[in-house]
Ligand binder design. Structure first.
Ligand code: PAF
Length: 307
């Protein structure tokens, strides 16, 4: 069973002996990994822990439903809190420590007067429909990094924009932490695993894999066809309609460069200048509501430059 800590000072004391110690087998220094979560763990989270174990000697999993990343009217109050079950699941993957602080422990003053702003990258995609969300992620992840002081931290690629923002945070605040993006874990029918999938009723759960299927279909077309900008744009519009017809309300469906920096938004004004190399790694990103659940998914694709 992992050891559980609710206090910052107790966790720090428990981790102190690992710092600067040699790993007897490799001869290198022992490494600490952090897997930040909001709990209600599923196989996707457990895979993050497995990956962390391969990169470190000791793995800390944080479980904290972070109030600063939820907007007014969002599901902060109803977000599932299942600490005992989470701890039992973490025992099956040999997590060493669980850090499950209270809100007071994390935020002596709420909202905190100090902020970590995520900047332009946070203004797009999820940041547009969830203003302030990534600033909340930024501050809690910075605090977790300072509390745990890990050598490596593992985040899921399902939250692709969040991962990009965390890489930016590590760069800009000079954290000496290796960030690992873990591949999306899916159910057998292709639905990306998410704690929010449990908001789906039985009928919605049947429909939900359509999101992944449509992204795959679009990626396949983008990859296999020599498409003009216009064709690409209409293909995106067709995907939009197909997802909508399946019963989703789309928040966004966009194709961007894989860094999310230079934006290629086929559905708005086309920007060919930023897209001037022969082959390009792109990412298709979607957020869509199905009943009470807001589902995220994405698909990387390498395409020939549209002509
Ligand atoms: O991805 C999540 O579960 C959360 O956004 C994170 C990174 C744990 C911060 O609260």
């Amino acid at each position: 069973m992992p050891t559980i800590y609710h206090d910052i000072s107790a966790l720090r004391a428990a981790l102190q002996p690992y710092r600067g110690q040699k790993n007897s087998q490799s001869g290198g220094l022992q490494r600490i990994a952090l897997v930040p979560t909001m709990g209600n763990l599923h196989d996707g989270h457990l895979e993050l822990v497995r990956i962390a174990k391969r990169h470190a000697d000791v793995v800390v999993v944080s479980i904290f439903v972070n109030p600063t990343q939820f907007g007014v009217g969002e599901d902060f109050d109803s977000y599932p809190r299942t600490l005992d079950k989470d701890i039992a699941k973490l025992a099956t993957v040999d997590a060493d420590y669980v850090f499950a602080p209270s809100i007071d422990e994390m935020y002596p003053v709420l909202p905190p007067p100090t902020s970590v702003l995520a900047g332009d990258i946070a203004a797009q995609l999820c940041g547009q429909s969830r203003p302030g969300h990534f600033d909340g992620v930024g501050i809690v992840v910075s605090k977790l990094f300072n509390i745990v002081q890990p050598d490596v931290a593992v985040f899921g690629q399902k939250d692709y924009q969040q991962l990009a923002i965390i890489k930016q945070l590590v760069r800009d605040l000079s954290y000496s932490i290796e960030i690992i993006g873990a591949p999306i874990v899916r159910a057998d029918d292709g639905l990306a695993l998410s704690s929010r999938n449990q908001y789906l009723n039985a009928t919605e759960r049947q429909i939900a894999p359509v999101l992944h299927q449509e992204l795959q279909r679009l990626a396949h077309r983008l990859k296999s066809d020599e498409l003009s900008w216009q064709q690409t744009e209409s293909l995106l519009a067709e995907t939009y309609t197909r997802i909508t017809n399946a019963g989703f309300t789309i928040d966004y469906l966009e194709i961007k460069t894989d860094e999310l920096g230079s934006i290629v938004n086929y559905s708005a004004s086309l920007n060919t200048e930023k897209f001037n190399i022969e082959r390009k790694d792109l990412i298709i990103l979607v957020a869509a509501w199905l009943g009470r659940a807001r589902l995220l998914d994405n698909q990387l694709v390498t395409v020939n430059q549209p002509s």
